[in-house]
Design a binder for this molecule. Structure first.
Ligand code: AMP
Length: 307
């Protein structure tokens, strides 16, 4: 059983109230692959980089069990670049710069050995390219999860809606859910978005946790109140990686199991925000992850007895 991940592998420049970075490694697919790798092996990455990219990070991905045959390297071109600045609450940010570079003419090619992957994670990327990956699969995967962002809602809404209609699970944040649906109430927004195609919607609310919806049920997972939050970049992608990684490991895509997956997802996001960039997601031990999961269990463990 395998997992195919598509998304950006990129350079980011990040500014938070705690500091500022020059170009560091980021990209949706980088975070997704690292996070998923803690739960499932046999991960194939489809993406594109320029010849300016950091070779050491590629070695790190390989060491985390990620197969890079589908990662294209474009000679003489620059990698995707994103710059963002977080507001003081760290829950919202402004995009300062998005340079598509290699992404502009990217034709994803899914390697033969990944065309039967049962799990497909469409990380944040040009919506038309996300669709090109779906159509290259030999059979429709058992589960397709898609992440996207306001950037694509602003410039490619029609394309985005076509891709959304083809997936099983959509993950977006609360502001994006409101933008996509035109509804303020997240419950109403969810019902509208579920009418666009996906069977499941996940609405991420940063430090306020995440909501999981199907047509009839809602489940809530908290975010861990952390002592140190340095950089929220990649939290959503690490969340998505943890979510699909756990589902791929257990091969159970029931709503009940997705509730558990939401906690595994939140645990991975909680690590990512503790350092800048991908740093905290590299080299975590099984024990560290289990301790973190236990903190989530303890956080919401209570008894109520009705008289
Ligand atoms: P997140 O904080 O989880 O929303 O994801 C942040 C990552 O998304 C950064 O590492 C960026 O490189 C990447 N990113 C930012 N904007 C875009 C975009 N328009 N398309 C794809 N990836 C992006």
């Amino acid at each position: 059983m395998s997992l195919l991940v598509v998304g950006t592998v990129a350079f980011d420049a990040i500014e938070t109230p705690f500091g500022k970075t020059d170009k560091i490694v980021g990209g949706a697919a980088s975070y997704i692959s690292l996070a998923a790798g803690y739960y499932t092996k046999n991960i194939h990455l489809v993406s594109v980089i320029g010849d300016d990219f950091d070779q050491d990070f590629l070695t790190t991905l390989k060491n985390h069990g990620v197969d890079l045959e589908g990662l294209q390297l474009k000679k003489g071109e620059k990698s995707f670049f994103w710059a963002g600045k977080y507001h003081n609450d760290l829950n919202s940010r402004d995009t300062l710069d998005t340079q598509l570079n290699v992404l502009e003419h990217f034709n994803p090619v899914v390697p033969e050995k990944a065309k039967n992957a049962e799990f497909l994670m469409l990380g944040n990327l040009v919506p038309a390219i996300q669709r090109q990956v779906i159509t290259q699969m030999n059979e429709r995967p058992k589960l397709i999860v898609m992440d996207t962002m306001n950037f694509w809602m602003d410039i490619a809404m029609e394309e985005l809606l076509k891709t959304i209609a083809m997936v099983d699970v959509l993950t977006i944040n609360d502001a994006e859910a409101r933008q996509l649906s035109g509804e303020y109430s997240l419950v109403k927004a969810a019902q509208k978005i579920l009418g666009m195609g996906p069977k499941i919607l996940i609405i991420k609310k940063g430090e306020h946790g995440a909501l999981l919806f199907n047509k009839n049920e809602i489940f809530f997972a908290p975010a861990l109140p952390l002592e140190e939050v340095f950089d929220p970049t990649g939290a959503g992608d690490s969340f998505a990686g943890g979510f699909i990684g756990y589902l791929a490991q257990t091969r159970d895509i029931s709503f009940e199991n997705m509730k558990r997956a939401l906690i595994y997802a939140s645990a991975m996001a909680s690590f990512t925000v503790e350092r800048f960039g991908t740093e905290r997601l590299i080299g975590l031990s099984k024990e560290q992850i289990e301790n973190r999961l236990q903190e989530f269990i303890d956080l919401v463990d209570f008894d109520i007895t009705f008289a």
